[in-house]
Ligand binder design. Structure first.
Ligand SMILES: [Zn+2]
Ligand SMILES: [Zn+2]
Length: 246
């Protein structure tokens, strides 16, 4: 196991493949996470597949509900918003963002997939769409990548970087085991409700823009920054995971 400590950010342990131990606060299992559907019809089936795949977990279910994303896919507390758009040739295929409170609980999340690449021959395949949607939703549950080396043999999970998504379209048993590890304990409070938290979290910043992601915490095997962290003040943090196009 190796550990990276980056400035004011909590120590992140990779061997467990949880995302820094961050998790939704909840008082009972299985809990239900709402996924707001803001995606176009080309993505609906892949979102449904990802939602179904993650709901196999014994500790949680995900439910797709009508999207309520605000400008730039900004979510409200207690839910994840899922969005697609032609975000441009910015390099990233997909993005997941989670907001963390001072208790290390996830308070909201966003998933964005970039149609600028998914409209191309290379990426406009069910396998690529399933992998990226599954992986980004997985991040909003608190999961990390199992592997960030593109050229390794596939591990059979969407949480694995690859050049060939064919066998990496869904979670594997290790992901489900990891979720059990993350969520076995119960909390005294829930972050799955729509409680209003204090403002001041850079509410009007466009989080599609790398300048809003904070500092790079990690690079992938091609040397691209794959994880960013931003301190929002008051104990709140924003983490952004990026999967880059080749
Ligand atoms: Zn907890
Ligand atoms: Zn990722």
């Amino acid at each position: 196991m190796f550990v990276l400590s980056a400035g004011t950010f909590a120590t992140i342990a990779y061997a467990t493949h949880s995302w820094g131990g961050y998790h939704w606060g909840r008082t009972a299992n299985p809990f239900n996470l709402k996924l707001g559907d803001n995606v176009s019809t080309a993505w609906d089936g892949h979102l449904a597949t990802a939602s179904g795949d993650w709901s196999v977990s014994s500790v949680l279910d995900t439910t797709i509900i009508p999207g309520q994303a605000k400008l730039n896919c900004r979510p409200s507390n207690g839910r994840v918003e899922v969005c697609n758009k032609t975000y441009g040739n910015n390099g990233w295929l997909g993005m997941a963002q989670i907001w963390i409170n001072s208790s290390s609980h996830i308070t909201k999340g966003a998933v964005k997939v970039n149609d600028t690449y998914f409209n191309t021959l290379t990426y406009n395949t069910p396998a690529w769409r399933n992998l990226v949607m599954c992986q980004e939703v997985g991040h909003t549950l608190g999961l990390d990548h199992q592997d960030e080396i593109f050229d390794n043999p596939n591990l059979g999970t969407c949480m694995d970087y690859t050049n060939d998504p064919s066998t990496n379209q869904h979670p594997n048993q290790h992901d489900y085991d990891q979720l059990v590890t993350i969520y076995t304990h119960l909390d005294s409070t829930t972050t799955l409700g729509s409680i209003v938290l204090p403002k001041g979290n850079g509410a009007d910043v466009n989080l599609d823009n790398p300048s809003a992601w904070g500092k790079s915490l990690r690079k992938d095997s091609r040397g691209n920054d794959s994880l960013f962290g931003r301190d929002l003040g008051g104990g709140d943090k924003l983490f952004t995971f990026i999967i880059w196009a080749k």
